[in-house]
Each structure stands twice: as C-alpha cells, then as structure tokens.
Design a protein. Structure first.
Length: 498
C-alpha cells in the first residue's frame, strides 16, 4: 500500500497561510471564553450535577516505576474554561486526496509535549503557552507501520517502521524496525531489526508495551525487547498451525493466536510471561467466532465477533484465564477495528474505541439514538464479575459521548459540542455515585469539529489536565489544495499552571 508522498518543509503557500491559522486561533480562544462564561455563570447548566468532591479528588495517584505503563489519575482544575495550547497544520499535501491520504498514525502526550506521528517522522509540540510550537522533530528510517497507545510512566513509547526497499523486491513494504524513543525530547533510545519479520506489513503488524518490555507480533511470528537495553528477550515462529495474531499490553501481556484456516479458524488467548514469552494460561475461544480483539490485558477482557464481522460480546476472564461472564452487546458499539475504514492498518487489536475497561467494570458506548429530545447516545457500565449493568452516563441531544480512559475508578468522557448552543467538554464520571465533574469546556474549529470529535478518525487523549486531538489521515482541501490542513490540536485549562 502507499503512504502518500514523503513530507517536506513547509512550502511558501503554507507559510503564508500561517496568518489565517493565527486568526482561527484567536477566534477559537474567544469562543471558548464566551461559552465557558455562559456555562459557568449563575450556577450554569453544566455544573448542575455538582462540583468536585473530596473523595474523588483525594484519590492517590498510583505509585509507578519508570518502566510501568502509565496510569494517570486526573484532578479537576481550578477552572474548566479551555485555552487553546496547540494548533498544528500539516503542509505539502497537494498530491494527496481522500483516496490517497497522508497517514498520521500515533498521538501521545506528556506534561511537556504533544507528540504526533505522520508519514516517516515524529513531531513534538510544546504545550507551554507562548512557547515555540515545535519542540522537536525525529526523522525515521521509513514510514510508520504500527503504534501503541501505551506510554511508560516516565514518558517513553515505541513505533514500528517500514524501511524503503527497491520496488518489486521481496522486502518491499516489510515493517521490520522497532524504534523506542523518549516523548519529551524525541531522542531515539534504541532501534532493532525484528528477526524473521519478512511477512510483517502495515496490515499485520501489532505493537504493544508492558512493564519493561516492548513486544511486536505480525502473524508469522513475534518478538520482545527489554525497554532499557533493547536486548531481545524472546521471539517465536509458530508455523502454519497457529499464528501470532496480536499482542495486548498494559499491566499484563496477552497473546492472540489464530489457529487453522478458513472457514474453520479458532482462536486462543494466552497470558505470557513478558520476560520469557512462556504462556501462563490459555483460554480457548468458542468456535464460530470470526474475530477477537483485546481491549484489556488486566483484567483480561476479550471483544469477540461471534458469527458476525462486528463485535457481538465481551468476555471477561479471571486472573487465571477462566471464564467469568459474557456481556452481550446488542444495542452497543464496541468500535473495534473501525479505524481506517475497517482496514487493518497500524495495529488494530487493542483499538476498541467504544470500550474502556477498569478494574471491576467495562464501559461501553450505545448505538446512536436519533429520537428528537433524547440523548444521542450513552455509556453503560457493566460489572466484570456478573455482567450486570451498574451505571449509565447519558449524552445529550446532538452531543454524543465517547469514553477516553480510566482515572482511578472514575471514567473520563469526551462530550461533543453542539455549535453555539453548548461547548464540547471532558468530564469525569464516578459510576458508584453517578457524579459528573467537568474538567474542560471548549469549542473546536467548525470546519474540523466532525473529524476531530470522531474516534474513528482522530485520536482523543486527556492527560495532565489537557485534551489532545490528532487526526489519523490528512488530505488536501479540494478547493485550496496548496493550503495546510489542521493535524493536531490541544486545549488546556485557564486554571492550569503552565
């Protein structure tokens, strides 16, 4: 497949368009301030559910070592009024279109920078107000093939890249380089060539991180590396009977095996020892399941498509790989494998954008509701032990909601804006008390709102009191093909110290 033309420095037309971008930035800041003032004034509607509570805000952040996978507990800022902090445009897109976009996989953030993957490079944008927009750029040895949402507690992550090869050669399109780097500085900490990865392509390569380990699977094999040294810990080539379909990281490391051939494929899920690759337990998925996704490794939760191409159920396992409960998803959208128009690009098996899994609950987005005067959708909490519902968070009419991640035992939720009627928001929801706490209020640029707010098209992150949006595909505007296109945006709180 083609990743579109390689990036270059901004053209003169892109530089000239900077004035328009700055005007747009000023307009957005003004709109945020006005809407936030309306929402907050006189005990406004957004705060009707109650402000921050002592128990929620008193949550202690998890004590983590540098190699742990980051789990951040968010506190409510002094003010939820949003301030635009980053607005980065990508130029040189004249040769792209919707059918042949420039891909921009991967969005990460720390308390210092927002980092975006695009084509064959990584870029870090400084989030400090009045700072230079670009903190660093890291040119890679090829286009990005796979990314992971996981970040270490001290701000490191990895990508897999596709080194350029002669056209028509057997290695053309092979993704066999894994790069581990520091998000704050862009420094490449190590790069390794994956052994036996001749069948690793952008459609088959899956990358993940767990404590102290970077691991990659590509169907015909898998490999793991020590984070600190880059030393290979183990690798496997299973042959024709079973394939290393994918890996899922975080607190633990799960492996998805695909065994047999169509139409009689069966799946197994194993928990692996991250340092040795040896299986601690194996769960055999029932026959008839067409696809399995791994939204959570600990607690282990599988999203399965039983007799259908779309996810039909969540399966909750215990710590020994034994079945706990099955949650039927009739009326819900797990949104697994729906990025890039359902194509298996850049690693999809941990990407269930309609599901967030906590310690004791799974949170799932409902189907869209088009009835007038009712919420556009909602998020339901399911108990992982019993499968019973334990809470419901309603969106609003014309304001869909999207689960972002856990913050302790609370769920962070993005709620879309409704034009001039209501701002977009990030809120924290406690399912035990049904308390909603606003964290940020803001508006997005009107022309980009639909794409930025759609989890199938853009990454949406919340980290250290800021919300980050990163588009995954970039294409030239039909009317203005030489103009740059908005790629990354971040909003912080007016009450946040910068």
């Amino acid at each position: 497949m083609s990743f579109g033309p390689p990036p270059s420095i901004y053209t003169q037309s892109a530089l000239a368009a900077d004035t328009a971008r700055r005007r747009r930035r000023t307009k957005l800041l003004g709109a945020v301030a006005v809407i936030a003032a309306v929402a907050l004034g006189g005990g406004g509607w957004l705060l009707a559910s109650g402000g921050d509570s002592a128990p929620a805000d008193a949550e202690q952040s998890l004590v983590q070592s540098p190699d742990d996978i980051r789990e951040t507990t968010e506190r409510a800022p002094v003010s939820p009024e949003g301030l635009l902090m980053i607005e980065h445009d990508e130029g040189n897109l004249a040769k792209t279109n919707d059918a042949k976009p420039r891909y921009a996989p991967g969005t990460w953030a720390t308390d210092k920078v927002m980092v975006k993957g695009v084509a064959d490079r990584l870029e870090g944008y400084d989030i400090a107000l009045d700072a230079d927009e670009k903190a660093w750029t890291r040119k890679l040895d090829g286009h990005i093939c796979a990314t992971s949402r996981h970040v270490t507690a001290d701000g490191r992550t990895a990508v897999v890249v596709q080194p350029p090869q002669p056209a028509g050669s057997e290695k053309e399109g092979v993704c066999d380089r894994v790069v581990f780097f520091d998000l704050d500085t862009g420094k490449k900490l190590w790069q390794k060539k994956m052994p036996g990865a001749g069948s690793a392509f952008v459609t088959t390569t899956n990358l993940t991180l767990t404590k102290g380990v970077v691991a990659v699977a590509w169907g015909q094999g898998s490999v793991a590396y020590d984070m600190k040294s880059g030393k290979q810990l183990w690798n496997s080539t299973l042959g024709s009977k079973c394939e290393d379909k994918a890996l899922a990281g975080g607190r633990a490391l799960l492996s998805l095996l695909s065994c047999g051939s169509l139409p009689d494929v069966t799946f197994q899920v194993q928990e692996l020892d991250p340092r040795t690759g040896k299986a601690r337990w194996t769960y055999r998925v029932a026959s008839g399941v067409q696809t399995v996704y791994l939204p959570s490794s600990d607690p282990p939760v599988l999203a399965v498509a039983a007799g259908d191409s779309e996810v039909t159920d969540l399966i909750s396992l215990d710590g020994e790989g034994r079945h706990r409960t099955t949650i039927a998803l009739n009326g819900y959208e797990a949104k697994c494998g729906e990025r890039y128009f359902g194509l298996s690009f850049f690693g999809e098996y941990e990407a269930c954008d309609g599901v967030v899994v906590g310690r004791t609950r799974a949170f799932v987005t409902s189907d869209e509701n088009i009835a007038a005067g009712e919420p556009s959708d909602w998020i339901v909490a399911f108990d992982l032990a019993t499968g019973r519902t334990t809470g419901k968070f309603d969106g609003r009419e014309l304001q869909k909601v999207h689960p972002l991640r856990m913050s302790g035992d609370d769920l962070l939720i993005y709620r879309r804006g409704a034009g001039a009627v209501a701002p977009a928001a990030v809120v924290r929801w406690n399912p035990a008390t049904d308390q909603e706490t606003p964290l940020l209020l803001f508006t997005l640029p009107e022309d980009d709102d639909g794409e930025l707010s759609d989890p199938e098209q853009s990454d949406i992150l919340y980290e250290k009191g800021r919300v980050f949006f990163g588009k995954r595909e970039l294409a030239a505007d039909d009317k203005y093909p030489t103009d740059p296109v908005l790629m990354a945006l971040a909003v912080g709180s007016a009450g946040l110290k910068h």
